[in-house]
Design a protein around this ligand. Structure first.
Ligand code: ZN
Length: 292
């Protein structure tokens, strides 16, 4: 297992972590500058942040600073109530692949979607199996396009509490079953993003990380699980402040062959987004050394 205690060369910042500084939305250009000033070598930006700044602007800035993208957030949201909705998802996912290519991302992260309409507050139906079959078909189709463009797709299993509104793939086992169905040759085009927040509780986690192996382990996201967690989405903890044994899980992914960045991804409306972004990044660096 790599020693992170003396430097932060394998730290990546998911830009949602510093989406807000002192409660105020920050432009991605500012976030990139604040990261680069601290010797952070990699980021994982969100599409809305890139769109707000302009893809050419961000592409140039990333190159200027020699930054890598540990991933690009995000594609997915495949299920829809009708063919027009699925077509819209297909088109949008292709644009996400194109953007990820322009930014030279390591992978496009997929949050696959749940019951259509649920995210907006009104699910169109209760058929989770239907959503899962639409996810299968959506990933299958996108995979062809992604292969042509040489952009790996990383399915991110989300904690089961998001099954209705964000992702009906909820365990590593489920994600890897889909990978094996669509990419049995383990081509390197399809894999998983392991986010400790979503999978830390899973009794099969170590087994499934081993099953994934180097070919399927495409991203490693870290934060912590607070007790109590007061908001299902926006109360993630800083590494070291919660109950996840992050070094143990990092040991598993590295033993299985993963050698990429540890990407800090913290959504925290009440705490970290209320602090100064520069302070948050300094703490991310310190905790990357001591608690990851
Ligand atoms: Zn994640």
């Amino acid at each position: 297992m790599r020693d992170f205690s003396t430097d932060h060369r394998w730290l990546s910042i998911n830009t949602a972590t510093v989406r807000k500084s002192r409660g105020i939305e920050q432009p991605l250009t500012t976030i990139i500058e604040t990261c680069a000033e601290r010797g952070i070598r990699a980021i994982s930006p969100w599409r809305d942040q890139v769109a707000a700044a302009g893809l050419p602007v961000i592409s140039k800035l990333v190159k200027t600073h020699g930054l890598e993208l540990s991933g690009y957030c995000r594609g997915g949201m495949f299920p829809a109530v009708n063919a027009a909705g699925r077509q819209a998802a297909r088109d949008d996912n292709r644009r996400a692949v194109n953007e990820a290519c322009e930014l030279n991302a390591a992978c496009l992260v997929l949050v696959v979607g749940g019951l259509p309409g649920a995210l907006a507050g009104q699910a169109a139906h209760k058929d989770l199996a239907l959503s899962r079959s639409q996810v299968h078909d959506g990933v299958a189709e996108l995979l062809e396009y992604a292969k042509l463009n040489r952009m790996p797709l990383a399915i991110e299993p989300l904690h089961p509490m998001y099954a209705a509104d964000r992702a009906c793939i909820n365990t590593m086992e489920q994600a890897l079953d889909l990978c094996d169905a669509l990419d049995p040759e383990k081509s390197g085009a399809l894999g998983v993003a392991v986010d400790v927040y979503h999978v830390w509780w899973d009794p099969k986690l170590e087994q499934q990380i081993n099953r994934a192996g180097q070919k399927r382990l495409m991203a490693f996201h870290v934060c912590d699980w607070l007790t109590p967690t007061t908001d299902l989405l926006n109360d993630r903890g800083m590494m070291g402040d919660g109950v996840i044994d992050i070094p143990k899980i990092r040991g598993w992914v590295e033993n299985a062959g993963f050698a990429g960045y540890s990407e800090v991804e913290i959504f925290s409306a009440g705490n970290w987004w209320q602090r100064d972004a520069a302070e948050v990044l300094e703490i991310c660096i310190a905790r990357h050394r001591s608690a990851v």
